[in-house]
Design a protein around this ligand. Structure first.
Ligand code: ADP
Length: 347
């Protein structure tokens, strides 16, 4: 049997466009993935080598003065799986190249500053992949629902858009992920936590308080998604009732973001041949030959992974050219010329 893969490009399907409607969004769906959960896990893991190769290129380019970096923003109600994404997706990459930050109730110092202050301070430096477990979006979610600030929300959305525009202009690819779990599934997950002593630490009575404000939160999410999904900082709505799907989809979004940077290895300032010869004079010739063999094998493996990835993307894009235009038409969206402008409202 052929290896399971995406049937449609998840970044097209999941991207939040102007017609996005949270109420009718199917949180148990698996857009673009027709195979099962086992295949999904295998596929996700198979992205590992590619991800680490591209992450290392990103890091290496920064050493040589490159400005590029990635910021993955995770939002979701309690139990939506933010922690699982950090563990399973970020876990496939070299921790040295990651900058993971979580944002809880602001400290006294944080409260004395503008709400974007702590966010600015946590932005990934060049070459890193930053992951925000919650973010400045709490300032239009919990803050809106609990009326913790008296602000004009439209103005705040516009301020966030300007901020992200600035962040993007500094070389940051921004991927914003809304993990959307259903009310029923959240109930199950919370109850399971309470059934298991080893999971009690994850529960706080605040979780039930937030759940009891579900409709207000959904409204805040809908507004947030509608106002802050921009070309340079798009939101992706991820159905999160199937954890395996959410992990697979986010892995793919990060892989695509890295691949689209088209990073090659930076030029080095020294002459490689001269250094090779200098080093060889200090080594046994057999050891020199052994080092050469290993390097060739590794290069071939990586080249194969990248080729396979590019083939997959090409196949999916070919399908997308026909199928997703139909999907877009169904959603009442006008297909735009550039994929970055495609709407994926899943009404
Ligand atoms: P988690 O619930 O993600 O495991 P924490 O226990 O640290 O993490 O809780 C984070 C809590 O902080 C959430 O209830 C969230 O709504 C709250 N929070 C985050 N940012 C803000 C903010 N700007 N204002 C008020 N509350 C916030």
């Amino acid at each position: 049997m052929a290896k399971a893969e995406w049937t449609l490009d998840p970044s097209d399907l999941l991207r939040v466009g102007p017609t996005f409607d949270l109420e009718s969004f199917d949180r148990a769906s698996t857009p673009g993935w027709d195979s099962g959960s086992k295949e999904a896990d295998q596929f996700r893991l198979s992205r590992g080598e590619l991800l680490s190769e591209m992450q290392e290129r990103l890091f290496a380019n920064a050493r040589a003065g490159g400005e590029q970096r990635i910021l993955l923003v995770l939002q979701g109600m309690d139990t939506a799986g933010k922690g699982g994404i950090v563990r399973h997706v970020a876990g496939m990459m070299d921790p040295q190249g990651l900058a993971i930050r979580s944002f809880g109730v602001p400290t006294e110092e944080e409260r004395s500053h503008h709400y974007l202050w702590r966010i600015r301070n946590a932005l990934p430096s060049a070459g890193r992949i930053g992951i925000f477990d919650r973010s400045h979006y709490e300032d239009v979610l919990v803050v809106r629902v609990d009326q913790l600030a008296d602000v004009d929300w439209e103005e705040r959305y516009a301020e966030i858009n300007r901020f992200e525009e600035e962040v993007a202009a500094s070389g940051t690819t921004i991927i914003k992920v809304a993990l959307l779990v259903s009310y029923e599934e959240q109930g199950l997950r919370l109850m399971r936590r309470l059934q298991r002593p080893d999971k009690h630490w994850k529960f706080t009575s605040n979780d039930v308080d937030s759940r009891s404000k579900w409709d207000a939160y959904q409204h805040a999410y809908q507004e947030m998604l509608a106002h802050t999904s921009t070309e340079n900082a798009p939101w992706y709505a991820i159905p999160a009732d199937n954890k395996w799907y959410a992990r697979l989809a986010v892995t793919e979004l990060v892989s695509q973001a890295l691949a689209s940077l088209k990073l090659s290895w930076p030029e080095v300032a020294y002459d490689v041949e001269t250094e090779k010869q200098r080093l060889a004079t200090t080594m046994d010739p057999e050891a020199v030959a052994k080092a050469r063999e290993g390097a060739e094998e590794k290069r071939a493996d990586v080249a194969e992974d990248i080729e396979e990835y590019e083939e997959q993307v090409a196949r999916v894009n070919e399908l997308a050219a026909t199928d997703s235009l139909a999907t877009l038409a169904e959603n009442g969206a006008k297909p735009a010329a550039s994929p970055a402008k495609k709407s994926t409202g899943r009404g």
